[in-house]
Design a protein around this ligand. Structure first.
Ligand code: SF4
Ligand SMILES: [Zn+2]
Length: 287
């Protein structure tokens, strides 16, 4: 028996996956959610005829798993529906248009299944954008987020009954073993190990009409600003200090660390949260 690792096959596999998941053409709703400098850089590199740098292998594999899972889950529903915004003519792709009236967005993540949508304001901003485009004359709109947590809750110790884990977990002696163990102060039960297997969580969120209309306006103004920045000759690729200013996005939170065009456009990025970042748009419009 001979076993060989097929390095050229691995390379081909990653290249083909990455080619299939290249950036889509035109303006997309997510350009008004994620880093504006990245959206600008992608547009400029594309316009100049460069091949866009590929996301790293881990991101490509995660994306492929997400798309594959989405395909299976979405079978039987209207899915991958492209919506157009009347306000800024950017597109958005709804994963599932559930029963002809509710937006469903599917996400695939290594984030713990203990997290809630509040921990991912960027997803809520995106899903609210889709809900806003499909509001019609309704007073409120509800959208759903179906999240596949690839690594479950990451195995974090937890109360078996489901009480919330405090910031500092109390410990007491287990008389059977004589060892100190974490326990839940609410139900006085020892913690058990969490789960590292994939899990699904489904969430819904309802917005008032006014909230969604404000969001639409804000996202439209961002698209207009982005279009202006793309045309502005003062902003230059590889110019370092000639890049457009950061105007919106989640740079320090997670975008800069894995930004695939950072080097290409000479962007210094932000590695540490400065405390100055704009709050989630949804929080902002609710205040
Ligand atoms: S490095 Fe950060 S600020 Fe620069 S383009 Fe990428 S995400 Fe945006
Ligand atoms: Zn408990």
């Amino acid at each position: 028996m001979t076993i060989k690792r097929l390095l050229d096959r691995e390379e081909w596999l990653i290249d083909s996956l990455s080619a299939k998941m290249g950036r889509r053409e035109g303006r997309h709703l997510t350009d008004a959610v994620y880093c504006n400098v990245k959206a600008w850089g992608n547009a400029r590199l594309g316009m100049a005829g460069y091949d866009l740098p590929k996301p790293d292998q881990a991101s490509i594999i995660r994306m492929a798993i997400g798309i594959g899972l989405g395909d299976v889950i979405e079978a039987g529903f209207h899915h991958q529906v492209t919506t157009l915004s009347a306000d800024d003519s950017s597109t958005g792709t709804i994963d599932i248009w559930y029963k002809g009236r509710r937006v469903v967005e599917i996400k695939c993540t290594w984030k713990s299944s203990n997290s809630t949508p509040e921990d991912s304001p960027h997803w809520m901003e995106q899903v609210a954008g889709y809900a806003a485009r499909n509001l019609g004359d309704r007073k409120t709109a509800t959208a759903e987020l179906w999240i596949v947590h690839l690594g479950g809750d990451g195995g974090a110790m937890k109360c078996p009954v489901g009480h919330e884990r405090p910031a500092v977990v109390a410990k007491r002696k287990d008389e059977d073993t004589g060892r100190m163990r974490m326990f839940c102060e609410e139900c006085d039960t020892f913690y058990v190990a969490g789960n590292r297997n994939p899990e699904v969580r489904c969430w819904s969120k309802t917005w008032e009409r006014e909230e969604l209309l404000s969001l639409l306006k804000l996202q439209a103004s961002r698209q207009a600003q982005l279009a202006e920045d793309i045309k502005n000759p003062d902003y230059l690729i590889n110019g370092g200090k000639h890049l457009p200013p950061i105007r919106w996005g989640y740079q320090a939170q997670f975008e800069c660390g894995s930004c695939h065009i950072r080097e290409r456009i000479g962007c210094p990025g932000i590695d540490e949260p400065t405390g100055q970042e704009e709050a989630s748009v949804l929080e902002a419009i609710q205040q």
